[in-house]
Design a protein around this ligand. Structure first.
Ligand SMILES: Nc1ncnc2c1ncn2[C@@H]1O[C@H](COP(=O)(O)OP(=O)(O)OP(=O)(O)O)[C@@H](O)[C@H]1O
Length: 297
């Protein structure tokens, strides 16, 4: 039974088609990055999966159970960190975590204390006095202290400094090591690139690309820079070269597909330096993230 199995999910809010028929699977021990620009429909899909809102169409299953009819049983195996946190203002982090542990019954107090230490949280301050990042820490500790088989994390690192983002990535990898599945929603490509096995890219409610992080990076255009001893050759007609920019003897471009034709063109010219950068997910989806452009993947 897969932790997540979604088929044909659609959700409209009146005229607004937030999610337009998506399929989504998360397997045991798999980290799936759920990516997309603001308003792409990530949170809506997650809220449907957790039965917080009702889908317009589609079937949603958690561990083989219908997310609505069998949802209560299935959700015992899920820990969820929402993107927008509302914590009871007067309760301290310690009290909140204690209450979550009591309600769930699958939390280890030693593990909780370890996480409080690793994330550097002062557990004795009331929630209303905590900064955004510290509130996020409370929610992350509440999720990671459970023995959930599926973590659903919506924009989990917003408000965390780079060091804590690193700790977060370690926690996700450790969870995966224990066989926990993770659905990690984010609009930060670098975060997904560093943690996820697979990424699903949503735009305007539709999946526009999905695959392993390595696959998706492989499809990206590489950034190329070259410096010539004299006037640069015209590279505009070289197959695979786009976004050409010439500044004196310095040329910048993007390269898709095999590098042979460009390397041949460079070798014929008086080139003094060449740099071809390994593409990252950011390169892969630069175009896709721009709602004004047509998707090309
Ligand atoms: N309750 C609602 N009523 C009306 N429209 C909504 C509601 N919730 C979401 N939407 C709309 O649905 C679309 C998808 O929003 P959603 O919050 O799911 O996107 P998202 O990918 O999670 O974005 P973000 O990264 O900004 O959180 C947006 O156009 C949003 O305005």
């Amino acid at each position: 039974m897969n932790p997540v199995e979604v088929r044909g999910l659609a959700k409209s809010f009146g005229e607004v088609r937030a999610v337009c028929g998506i399929d989504l699977d998360v397997l045991p021990g798999e980290i799936v990055g759920f990516l997309g620009p603001n308003g792409a429909g990530k949170t809506t899909a997650i809220r449907c999966l957790l039965d917080l809102i009702r889908p317009t169409a589609g079937t949603l299953r958690l561990f083989g159970e219908d997310a609505r009819r069998g949802g209560v049983r299935a959700r015992r195996r899920v820990a969820y960190v929402p993107g927008e946190l509302r914590l009871p203002p007067r309760a301290t982090a310690h009290e909140l975590l204690h209450e979550v542990a009591r309600l769930r019954g699958d939390c280890d107090p030693v593990r909780r204390a370890e996480l409080v230490g690793r994330l550097g949280l002062d557990p004795h301050r009331p929630a209303k006095t905590l900064s955004t990042g510290n509130r996020r820490k409370v929610a992350l500790i509440a999720a990671f202290m459970t023995r959930a088989d599926l973590l659903i994390l919506d924009e989990p690192t917003s408000g965390l400094d780079p060091l804590l983002q690193q700790t977060f990535r370690e926690l996700v990898r450790e969870a995966k090591g224990r066989g926990t599945a993770v659905l990690l929603s984010s609009h930060v490509l670098a975060e997904v690139q560093r943690t996820a096995d697979r990424a699903v890219i949503l735009r305007q409610g539709r999946i526009i690309a999905e695959g392993t992080v390595a696959d998706l990076r492989g499809r990206a255009a590489q950034r190329v820079e070259a410096v010539f001893a004299g006037p640069p050759p015209d590279l505009a007609a070289v197959p695979g070269v786009t976004d050409l920019a010439v500044d004196g003897q310095h040329v910048r471009a993007r390269l898709s597909g095999p590098p042979g034709p460009l390397l041949a063109a460079l070798a014929r010219a008086d080139v003094t330096a060449v740099d071809i950068a390994e593409p990252d997910l950011d390169d892969a989806f630069r175009g896709l993230y721009d709602d004004r452009k047509e998707a090309t993947l």
